[in-house]
Design a protein around this ligand. Structure first.
Ligand SMILES: [Zn+2]
Length: 284
């Protein structure tokens, strides 16, 4: 049985001990370390150790939650879902680096915009492979940002995204094995855009794969809230899936776009009734 373990933050205090009450004024996170700064200019290290045995979520039925087959996002990216550290457990899973080329662009800020994956060079007709065993959640045309894309959900809660393909060779709900061909690329784009996501939030695929060798970094990979810190500062959301109680004005405010822009992009009026589950485009 494969599962993803939610972590309990075990805090070990390494610095000073405090007799009087202090107020934290800031927190800086790096990897599994948080540094808390207090109003009296003292500080404290907190080391977060994900406990893989605690609070496990059974993901045997990986289609049970948010199985959305019409969008590359199952929900929407949301920093609020990153507060617990997680351990992605690969166990004895087989794995495959998603393409044969070299990484030509890394995860991170690029020309003032966040690049939420890695780019792997492709030549025309190159195959793109499933990174791990899983089930195809999305396959086909996804819009101008990702183009033809495939999203595979894996048995440990991880999702992988393969974007800018020429031909998609798999179908929604299809079971795939690591190394199985998902599609071909290299013609309309000279690279594969590859993402790793937890609960729709992208993190650096180089935490999972050694991009020099194509091998897994480790069998169990801890992912911390700090791996999603970029989300506090940028919101690259392209779509919102309407939930019960949503209003156009609320959605516009949340994503810092205008109501008019949402209406124009989706061919709706300000007075239109939003149906739950509808996918609204937010940015051109
Ligand atoms: Zn890219």
């Amino acid at each position: 049985m494969k599962r993803i373990s939610l972590a309990i933050a075990l805090c070990s205090v390494c610095a000073l001990s405090f007799a009087q009450v202090k107020t934290p004024v800031d927190t800086i996170s790096r990897g599994n370390l948080s540094i808390i700064l207090y109003d009296d200019k003292s500080w404290q290290y907190i080391e977060i150790q994900p406990d893989v045995k605690s609070a496990t979520i059974d993901t045997t039925d990986i289609k049970a939650e948010n199985w959305v087959t019409t969008s590359v996002y199952a929900q929407n990216p949301d920093y609020a879902r990153t507060k617990d550290a997680s351990v992605i457990d690969f166990g004895n899973d087989s794995c495959s680096f998603p393409a044969k080329g070299k990484v030509v662009s890394s995860f991170g800020m690029r020309s003032g915009k966040m690049h939420t994956g890695i780019d792997i060079a492709l030549k025309s007709g190159d195959a793109v492979f499933a990174a791990f065993d899983g089930i195809v959640r999305f396959a086909g045309w996804s819009g101008s940002k990702y183009g033809n894309a495939v999203v595979v959900r894996h048995y440990n809660g991880l999702e992988t995204v393969y974007a800018h393909l020429d031909d998609v060779k798999c179908k929604v709900n299809q079971k795939v094995n690591a190394g199985e061909i998902l599609g071909f690329g290299g013609k309309t784009s000279n690279h594969l855009h590859f993402e790793t996501r937890l609960k729709d939030n992208a993190f650096d695929p180089e935490l999972v794969f050694n991009t020099q060798t194509g091998a897994l970094v480790a069998d169990r990979i801890p992912i911390y809230a700090s791996n999603f810190d970029y989300m506090k500062f940028v919101d690259n959301s392209q779509y919102h899936i309407v939930k019960s109680g949503d209003t156009l004005y609320g959605i516009a405010r949340k994503y810092k776009v205008s109501v008019k822009q949402i209406c124009d992009l989706n061919g709706i009026k300000e007075s239109s009734i939003l149906s739950v589950g509808k996918r609204l485009k937010l940015r051109p």
